[in-house]
Ligand binder design. Structure first.
Ligand code: AMP
Length: 220
């Protein structure tokens, strides 16, 4: 049975970093709803404009649209042997739709919470930078690039600072997480449906736990 690896955690917890490592090492596609929405950046449609405004406010894109995009994306051929979800589900309605989708696809869900204390998250997000070429994630405080503001592997490209990683939007995103996603996390935890890893460590140390959970070995 193919696995759907669901990475959960607050914004800035390191879901994207772990999803990239899993993708590289397990060869499964990483599906990030945030990336899908960010890809609409240059689209000149009313819907794209609405999504951009929601993201700038640090709120969630409506469930109906989000669920539809995930369904479409996971129906593609490259998802046949499983896939990694980064940033979905974020609401109870999305979680219910994922359960249905997994049943229809004949997949099992492995949900992993990357746990990071609230006070560490803000700095992680405001310091975050991405390479526009390879997507490598840097952090000006914790993992700076070797040279000022350019990727170690692609020095021709300036690193990108996500427009929703400014202090104001970051605070709104953390509040949105507390209000809308935290109850879902608590539900998964209390139902014994989710494993938790300590997300305050180095990415490789976190990855070891994540990989052990994914391969079905008890990591506790
Ligand atoms: P992320 O890159 O996961 O931090 O997502 C960036 C932004 O995209 C979020 O702040 C939301 O506005 C939107 N977004 C991403 N995933 C979802 C989701 N599952 N449901 C609703 N909105 C989402």
């Amino acid at each position: 049975m193919a696995k759907i690896i669901v990475l959960m955690g607050a914004p800035g917890a390191g879901k994207g970093t772990q999803a990239r490592l899993l993708q590289e090492r397990l060869g499964l596609p990483q599906i990030s709803t945030g990336d899908i929405f960010r890809a609409l950046k240059h689209a000149q449609t009313p819907l794209a404009q609405e999504v951009r405004e929601i993201m700038e406010r640090g709120q969630l894109v409506p469930d109906e649209l989000t669920i539809r995009l995930v369904k479409e994306r996971t129906a593609r051929e490259d998802c046949r042997n499983g896939y990694i979800l980064d940033g979905f589900p974020r609401t109870p309605a999305q979680a219910a739709s994922l359960e249905k989708l997994a049943a229809e696809q004949g997949n099992t869900i492995v949900a992993i919470l990357i746990d990071v204390p609230h006070e560490m998250l803000e700095k992680r997000m405001t310091g975050r930078r991405n390479c526009p070429v390879c997507g490598e994630i840097y952090n000006m405080y914790f993992k700076p690039p070797r040279n000022d503001n350019v990727c170690d592997l692609h020095p021709e490209a300036e690193l990108v600072h996500r427009s929703d990683d400014n202090s104001e939007t970051v605070r709104a995103r953390l509040a949105t997480y507390e209000e809308q996603t935290r109850p879902l996390v608590e539900y998964y935890k209390s139902a014994g449906l989710m494993r938790t890893v300590d997300g305050t460590r180095e990415p490789e140390a976190i990855y070891k736990d994540v990989a052990r959970i994914v391969s079905g070995v008890n990591a506790d």
